[in-house]
Write a protein that binds this ligand. Sequence first.
Ligand SMILES: [Zn+2]
Length: 315
Amino acid sequence: MSMGNYERIIEKISKISGLDKAEIERRVEAKRAKLSGLISKEGASQVIAAELGINFDNEKLKIEELLPGMRKVNTLGKVINFSQPRIFKTKKGDDGKVANLFIADETSNIKVVLWDTNHIGLIENGQIGQGVVIEISNATMRDNELHLGSFSELKITNQDIENLKLDRAFKEKNISELKNSDNVKLRGFIVQSFEPKFFYVCPECRKKAIQDSGFFTCSEHGKVAAEKRALLNVIVDDGTETIRTVAFHDILPSMGLTDLENIEQMIVQREKLLGKEMIFYGTVRNNKVFNTPEFIIEKVEEINPDLLIKELEIK
Ligand SMILES: [Zn+2]
């Protein structure tokens, strides 16, 4: 069973400090209340850890446990992808070099950015490539990326990692914490839904098909038998803020919208959406028209009632 980040941190604090988990969670909630909810549970648990004098400095963390803002990060991962080094001009006008890796373990995957020429040399000379397991020490989390500077260490190890988690990694976040291009899992209530919008796509390349004098044409495939697709905008509120979301065609049935062409059904089904609490997975992007963040839903999940009861019992 995979545990959330927060649970893992609580568990670690409990193990090291000897305090029981309920007590630590109480302190986390108190800290959040004091900060008017401006900090996530994970963030607050890290503050509590620091207050208790616990540092995770020498501890090797699973990739799923890496959080924005963490310093002196130690972790282990298998290289699943890498890019050839790229040269850029520094502010001083010198040539700088940077290279990217993607590493995975059994919990998650992450982008690693190398700034040190010695580290980059390991890619250039072929020592680091796909399938190589690397050990990273003293790296820094910048947003959702792990950055290695000249003080960081990068070692190749013989350890192997199995059952790599290669799916896109979604981090749990509050709406108020969202940044552009974040891949996130968020839990919130649908507080508003708009009328579905319809558009047509080319059946071959899925690009938008343009209607012209009774025919649909694709810029690539010419005259096509276009498919009608729908999208729906809903506003989600998680108590920290609201965000406008976009759910495309294939997601809609899992949100309870099954009969898009039936206007009466649609009214009933949209009505049912209001006040519904769900878990949303997706990506944050900037809506160019409104110049506001927008959440593109890739997957939704119903709240598991058993899990909810368990959480309530803990409280
Ligand atoms: Zn096409």
